[in-house]
Design a protein around this ligand. Structure first.
Ligand code: UDX
Length: 404
């Protein structure tokens, strides 16, 4: 089949390269000329394991352009543009713009919305492009985008036009994953319910971690035990500095404000957001508890990406920690194997550790495991529970969810 992808972020690129690998001819469109030029030279604009290799391997089936007229003969076009939060509400302008721009080139093509959109959006896209609209939300995680696209836990296809839904189902059948057929609004809602539930789960364990710090318990012991209950499951129970990234913060805000607009409150999700907003301050407080005042002290932040195996710093809690450190007068150094920020002086890992008084581990990159020896003589806050507390100096070490 001939496939169009509009919006070449992590979702669009992963979808594109995986379908190209299945033998489809894929044309990717983005408004960012640099991104398109780079991709046409086989350069991935994003780091995610395997993505660069997939672009190279399937290049014969891939084409990148800024020109919507390339969609003139596609069978299926995926909308994978971003849906950012503006003033606490979802901004759908990019989705509608994409629909309007593609409209004149479509001939019976199926338009698949993969971007995360609030319920009712697909119906509005239908008003622009016609009946063949399908909602096929994406559940991939950054850091394992290609793997998740190839073998998702389930595939959700929302459609009113059964034939259009069947064609999209055919595209994903190779995954062997369970395919669920739903209405348009149900498909839109599933994505928000899934992401919000995961965010709630993390905020839940983070609050338990706060209590553990007070009473001298280890939250990991608690999480491990409750996770053995199949009804709870062990996943997304890792206490830490809070959830960041391009999805959870944006999606929880979008669905809570959407709910209020239609006259409902999602109080549990609102509380999870509130708990998350406190996290960076609590982390800095732990360091202050060790160092006394952090004014004019040098603090090293290890990891600025919102999670390991990505160079993405969107809504990264590490950056919020850096802001708070600076607002309290600290001099901040940072190191990350892949991600960059201009909020702090980026230095090598060795310099970051050597030249600082205090250290905060903000991202659980593999290379930070086992560095207890390197940290000797420093005041350390482990925001991700990667260090072995028995190897750390008790008077100089604090960790999330671990009593003194
Ligand atoms: C998330 C969803 O997992 C994915 O299904 C959806 O499609 C997009 O949003 P992603 O943002 O890539 O994916 O990251 P994820 O691995 O879910 O982590 C999100 C945040 O939660 C990170 O900041 C991570 O550090 C934090 N987290 C995750 C925890 O603090 N504890 C956990 O146990 C799990």
């Amino acid at each position: 089949m001939k496939i169009g992808i509009v919006g070449l972020g992590i979702v669009g690129l992963s979808t594109g390269v995986v379908l190209a690998e299945q033998g489809h001819k894929v044309v990717g469109i983005d408004i960012d000329e640099n991104r398109v030029q780079g991709l046409n030279c086989k350069r991935s604009p994003i780091y995610d394991p395997g993505l660069q290799e997939m672009i190279e391997k399937n290049f014969n089936n891939l084409k990148f352009t800024t020109d919507y007229s390339s969609l003139s003969d596609v069978d299926v076009v995926f909308i994978t543009v971003s849906t950012p939060t503006v003033n606490g509400k979802i901004y759908l302008g990019y989705v509608f713009d994409a629909a309007k721009k593609m409209k004149e080139y479509l001939s019976d093509s199926i338009v698949v919305i993969k971007s995360t959109v609030v319920p009712g959006t697909a119906r509005k896209v239908k008003d622009i492009v016609g009946e063949n609209v399908v909602v096929n939300p994406e559940f991939l995680k950054e850091g394992s985008a290609i793997l998740d696209t190839k073998s998702p836990d389930r595939i959700v296809i929302g459609s009113e036009n059964e034939k259009a839904g069947d064609i999209v189902e055919g595209l994903w059948r190779f995954t062997g994953s369970t395919i669920l057929r739903t209405s348009l609004e149900e498909a839109e809602m599933i994505k928000y319910a899934a992401n919000s539930f995961l965010a709630v789960k993390i905020s839940f364990i983070n609050e338990i971690a706060n209590l553990c710090e007070r009473i001298g318990c280890d939250v990991n012991v608690i999480a491990n035990a409750i996770g053995m209950d199949k009804r709870i499951s062990p996943y997304f129970l890792k206490a830490g500095i809070g959830w960041g990234g391009s999805c959870f913060p944006k999606d929880t805000l979008a669905i809570t404000s959407f709910a209020r607009e239609v006259g409902e409150r999602l109080r549990i999700i609102e509380a999870a957001i509130e708990v998350n907003e406190e996290r960076p301050k609590r982390v800095v407080n732990l360091l202050e508890g060790l160092l006394g005042s952090i004014k004019d002290k040098r603090v090293c932040v290890l990891g600025v990406a919102f999670k390991p195996d990505t160079d993405d710093t969107r809504e990264s809690i590490a950056l919020k920690i850096i802001d708070i450190l600076k607002s309290r007068g600290a001099i901040v150094l940072a190191y990350d194997p892949k991600a960059r920020t201009n909020k702090a002086e980026m230095v090598s890992k060795e310099e970051c550790i050597r030249d600082s008084d205090g250290i905060i581990i903000a991202t659980e990159w593999k290379e930070f495991y086992g560095i207890e020896d390197l940290l000797k003589g420093k005041y350390v806050v482990d925001g991700r529970r990667i260090l072995d507390p028995s190897k750390m100096d008790r008077t100089r070490f604090r960790a999330i969810g671990l009593g003194e």
